[in-house]
Write a protein that binds this ligand. Structure first.
Ligand code: ZN
Length: 243
């Protein structure tokens, strides 16, 4: 960021209190990846900036390069995803997708696929969708974008078609002969569903119909992938989601 004034299209992932009246806003932008910027006076009641830098806002932003952080000088919201603020049941889902995205990205490397995934996820959660499946699909797609797409169609070790368990360490399914320690039982049908959740557009996930036991397996496996390969540790907001 060398130029003094710049523009970006962004999503507000997080906001924090800064000093008496300001907010420090974490943005995921199309042009410059993730970075923090100051919204001056955003905590004052009459602030014009406040609503445009709320958590979950999608919009165009203008920045002035400050000494420590860029300063937001203009904003033009496109969508505020108000359903997350209005519906306490939906709020944790919006936060969860934001937290996962925030934790996965460390620097200012732009990633269009991730930006579009989060934007679509927030949009879909406001509709009549299977929220559980949106989250599982989001997690699997995130792993795919990060280069850790699980190997699901055959045994990761020997290539055999009949698989029985998922190995977080090996990042895929294993057959009965190759299974070792630290594996998770996952029926082949669940592996096929996981594949569909990776390959289908997020908007199509409600067409997938896992059984209750398959849902449980998917929860355990996706949590293991996030913890093992993406080094995301414990995601606080995942615990808030009702399953
Ligand atoms: Zn095998």
């Amino acid at each position: 960021m060398t130029q003094r004034i710049f523009k970006a299209e962004g999503l507000v992932l997080r906001t924090r209190v800064l000093g008496e009246a300001d907010r420090l806003v974490t943005l995921l932008t199309l042009q410059k990846g993730k970075f923090e910027a100051v919204a001056r006076g955003a905590r004052k009641i009459k602030s014009r900036l406040a609503a445009g830098v709320d958590l979950f806002t999608y919009g165009h932003f203008t920045f002035h390069q400050g000494k420590t952080w860029p300063i937001i000088t203009g904003q033009d919201p496109i969508e505020r995803f108000s359903w997350f603020r209005d519906d306490p049941e939906l709020y944790p889902y919006g936060i969860y997708l934001a937290e996962l995205t925030d934790r996965l990205i460390s620097g200012e490397e732009p990633c269009t696929a991730l930006f579009e995934l989060l934007l679509e996820g927030w949009k879909l959660l406001g509709e009549d969708v299977d929220r559980y499946l949106v989250c599982r699909s989001f997690e699997l797609k995130l792993a795919h974008i990060a280069g850790y797409s699980p190997h699901l169609h055959s045994c990761t070790n020997c290539g055999q078609k009949n698989t029985a368990v998922f190995s977080p360490r090996q990042g895929g399914m294993l057959c009965a002969s190759c299974r070792g320690a630290d594996v998770i039982d996952m029926l082949p049908g669940t592996a096929a569903i996981a594949r569909r959740l990776i390959e289908s557009p997020l908007s199509q996930v409600s067409k997938v119909r896992p059984t209750i036991s398959q849902r449980k397996e998917l929860s355990v496996v996706t949590a293991a992938i996030l913890a093992y390969h993406l080094d995301l540790g414990d995601i606080k907001s995942r615990r808030l989601l009702s399953e």
